[in-house]
Design a protein around this ligand. Structure first.
Ligand code: MG
Length: 393
C-alpha cells in the first residue's frame, strides 16, 4: 500500500495548468500574493487570428474576492507586465462590488481584425445573429435600436503601399455596407503612421467609412496626436499614449485627444483607471486585450463605475477565443454586456487549462512579473514623484 503524497509543492499533486504558489511566494516574500490560494494557467485557440496570434494564454488568480486575470502578451517584459499583475490582484483580493454602478449594461463594439471584406461581413453577421433583434443590419435600421459600433483594425499602410491601403479601404466600406448608415465606425492604427501620412490618409479612410466615429492612436507620439488634431476634423482617441506612456496626462496637457481609451490590466486595475479618467478629464472608452470573461469582467466593472459613458466599449472580444472559463460567457447580446458578477466554471477552467510546457513558462514568467511589481511598489513608496500620473501602482 502506498501513502498518498500530501505535499503541496509536488508538481504531480497539482491539477493541470496549476502554478506552484509556494514557489512564487518564496520569490517575493509572501505579502504580494497574500490571499491568493490558486493560480491556473489557461491556453486557448483563437477563432480569428488577432495581432498575428492563433492562441492566447494567461493566468487566473483566485482570492477572497474571486478570480482575477492577467494575460499580457509574450512580447511584454516583466516591468511592462507589473500593472497586469496589480490589476489581477485587485480583482482577486479586493474586487469591485463596492464601486459605484451607474448602469446595468455596457454598450460594446464589434471588433473586426485586419481580415478580407467577406470575413468582416461574416464577423458582423455573427455578432448580429446572437442578438434578439436579428442581424446587425436590421438592428441598426430600427429607429429605437442602439446604433451598432464597429472597431476596425487597419494595417497602418502608407500611401505607397497601395495594396494594403486598398485592403483597408475595402474592409471599411464592407463594414459600412453591413451596418447601415446609423452604425458607427472607429479605426485603430496602433500608432503606425507619422504625422504626414496620417494627415493624407485619414480623410481617405474617413470617406471610405462615410464618417468615422474616431481614429484610435493614428500616430505614435502624443505630440503627433496633438498636431494631427489641429490638422484634421476627425475625433482622435488616445490608447498607447495613455497605457504605454510614462506621462499619460500629457494627452490632456497637449489637448491631443477627444477620447481616452482605458484598459484595466495595463493600467494596473479598475481603481487606478477611475482615478486616471478623472485626471484626464476626457470621455472614456473601456477596452481590453483578448481576455477570458474574467478579464472582461474587470473592464465591465470599470465601465459601470464611470459616471459618463458616451461611446461603446471594446469589451466584446470573448468570442474571438474558441473557449471561455465562465458561465455565462461575457458575450454581448443586443450590442451590450450585462453588468454582473463573473462565475468561473471549474469544468470549463479544466478544459481550458494549459499543458505542462505552457504552465512551466508561466511559472517562471510570473515570478519575474511579481518581482517587478514588488520593485516598482517599493520604488514608488520611497519616491511618490515617480508614480505614473501621480498614481501609485
Ligand atoms: Mg488600440
Amino acid at each position: 500500500m502506498t501513502i498518498p503524497n500530501r505535499g503541496p509543492a509536488s508538481a504531480s499533486a497539482r491539477a493541470r495548468g496549476e502554478l506552484d504558489l509556494d514557489a512564487l511566494r518564496a520569490g517575493v516574500g509572501g505579502r504580494l500574493l497574500a490571499g491568493i490560494d490558486q493560480a491556473v494557467v489557461w491556453d486557448v485557440a483563437m477563432r480569428t487570428p488577432f495581432r498575428g496570434l492563433t492562441r492566447r494564454d494567461g493566468v487566473l488568480l483566485h482570492g477572497p474576492a474571486g478570480w482575477g486575470e492577467l494575460a499580457p502578451f509574450w512580447d511584454y517584459d516583466a516591468d511592462a507586465c507589473a500593472p497586469w499583475l496589480a490589476a489581477a490582484l485587485e480583482q482577486a483580493t479586493v474586487g469591485t462590488t463596492d464601486l459605484p454602478r451607474y448602469r446595468q449594461t455596457v454598450p460594446v463594439n464589434i471588433t473586426v481584425p485586419a481580415v478580407a471584406p467577406d470575413r468582416a461581413r461574416a464577423l458582423i453577421a455573427a455578432a448580429g445573429a446572437s442578438t434578439a433583434t436579428g442581424p446587425a443590419r436590421s438592428a441598426s435600421r430600427r429607429p429605437d435600436a442602439v446604433p451598432v459600433t464597429v472597431k476596425i483594425k487597419v494595417t497602418g499602410a502608407r500611401l505607397s503601399e497601395r495594396q494594403a491601403l486598398a485592403a483597408d479601404m475595402e474592409r471599411i466600406e464592407a463594414v459600412r455596407d453591413a451596418i447601415g448608415p446609423r452604425g458607427r465606425i472607429r479605426i485603430d492604427v496602433n500608432g503606425a503612421w507619422d504625422l504626414e501620412t496620417a494627415r493624407k490618409l485619414l480623410p481617405l479612410l474617413d470617406t471610405a467609412a462615410q464618417g468615422l466615429e474616431y481614429v484610435e492612436q493614428p500616430c505614435g507620439s502624443t505630440q503627433a496626436l496633438a498636431d494631427l488634431r489641429r490638422l484634421v476634423n476627425i475625433p482622435i482617441a488616445a490608447d498607447e499614449s495613455i497605457r504605454l506612456s510614462a506621462d499619460p496626462l500629457a494627452v490632456t496637457r497637449l489637448d491631443a485627444a477627444d477620447v481616452a481609451v482605458l484598459k484595466v490590466a495595463p493600467l494596473g486595475g479598475v481603481r487606478r483607471c477611475l482615478a486616471l479618467v478623472e485626471r484626464l478629464g476626457l470621455p472614456a472608452v473601456v477596452s481590453s486585450a483578448i481576455d477570458t470573461s474574467v478579464g472582461i469582467g474587470a473592464g465591465v466593472a470599470l465601465a459601470a463605475a464611470l459616471p459618463e459613458l458616451e461611446h461603446a466599449c471594446g469589451l466584446g472580444t470573448v468570442r474571438l477565443l474558441a473557449r471561455d472559463v465562465a458561465v455565462p460567457s461575457a458575450v454581448p447580446a443586443n450590442g451590450a454586456l450585462p453588468v454582473r458578477p463573473v462565475h468561473v466554471s471549474r469544468a470549463l477552467l479544466r478544459s481550458a487549462s494549459a499543458d505542462a510546457e505552457v504552465t512551466s513558462r508561466w511559472q517562471a514568467r510570473l515570478a519575474h512579473i511579481a518581482a517587478a511589481l514588488q520593485r516598482r511598489r517599493e520604488r514608488e513608496v520611497a519616491d511618490p514623484g515617480r508614480a505614473v500620473a501621480g498614481l501609485r501602482l
